[in-house]
Design a protein around this ligand. Structure first.
Ligand code: ATP
Ligand code: MG
Length: 250
């Protein structure tokens, strides 16, 4: 479903990803954990082409986004193809990134209409169904400024789903929320996992990672230090750095 091999990313002199690889199968939920600055967000942003890599290979649904030949030359496919490939992915950010001047419903139908060219009358029923799914049918005509953080994030999830992605990427979706609002967002994500949505979730919610993720990736210093089935990693972390990180977290 998604395959990233040996991704390298530098910002100027700083090498942020030093050869990160990950394979994700259909319906898998991958949790990425690790200390601040370890490259978790950068990795997600490279997968969905918000950043470019300098080396490595990314394939989504068997389609190559970027590849690197044996001579070390790194090549992205043509722009139109990039758009198609990245259209298979949706992303949910820590700070929601809703359009403040649009209502909740308009936030959901904007991209299906402008990017996919669908007609309003075709996308509205679907958007309403998604709002019902995340428990926000009654907020259809509200502006984002009138919503709680948890509600905003559930709208952001519904908006990502409105594009019918095959894979959803989450970058610390609950980190900006008060603890009492975290639960409602995690519940929505659990429901998606139960429906076999393929998800890659950067998170500090260790209970979520342990209970919902099939595999947990521990990143540190731009590398994957440990990648194991969730229960195994939490029960018996192999690497001293993983152990130290988990001891700090729990
Ligand atoms: P956090 O848990 O704090 O979100 P992270 O694991 O997501 O951390 P990244 O945001 O990927 O870490 O950042 C990794 C490193 O890359 C950091 O040292 C950061 O300062 C640097 N970095 C990220 N984006 C940029 C950028 N656009 N320009 C320069 N440096 C960047
Ligand atoms: Mg981050």
């Amino acid at each position: 479903m998604l395959r990233a091999v040996d991704l390298h990313k530098r910002f100027g002199a700083i090498e942020v990803l030093k050869g990160v690889s990950l394979e994700v199968g259909r319906g898998e939920v991958i949790a990425i954990i690790g200390p601040s600055g370890s490259g978790k967000s950068t990795f997600l942003r490279c997968l969905i082409h918000l950043e470019t890599v300098q080396r490595g290979c990314i394939e989504v649904e068997g389609r190559t986004l970027v590849s690197t030949d044996t001579g070390g030359e790194c090549r992205y496919v043509a722009d139109a193809e990039i758009r198609t490939i990245c259209g298979a992915m949706g992303m949910v950010f820590q700070h929601f990134n809703l359009f403040p001047h649009l209502t909740v419903l308009e936030n959901l139908i904007e991209a299906p209409m402008t990017v996919k060219g669908l007609r309003r009358e075709d996308v509205v029923p679907k958007a309403e169904a998604l709002l019902a799914k995340v428990g926000l049918a009654d907020k259809r005509d509200a502006y984002p400024s009138r919503l709680s953080g948890g509600q905003k994030q559930r709208v952001a999830i519904a908006r990502a789903l409105a594009m019918e992605p095959d894979i959803l990427l989450f970058d610390e979706p609950t980190s900006a929320l008060d603890p009492e609002l975290t639960g409602e967002v995690l519940r929505t994500m659990r429901e998606l996992a139960d429906e076999h949505m393929t998800m890659i979730v950067v998170t500090h919610e260790m209970a979520f990672a342990r209970e919902v993720a099939s595999r947990v990736i521990f990143m540190d210093g731009g590398l994957v230090v440990e990648a194991r089935p969730a229960r195994e990693l939490f029960a018996s972390p192999e690497h001293p750095r993983t152990r130290a990180f988990l001891e700090n977290m729990l």
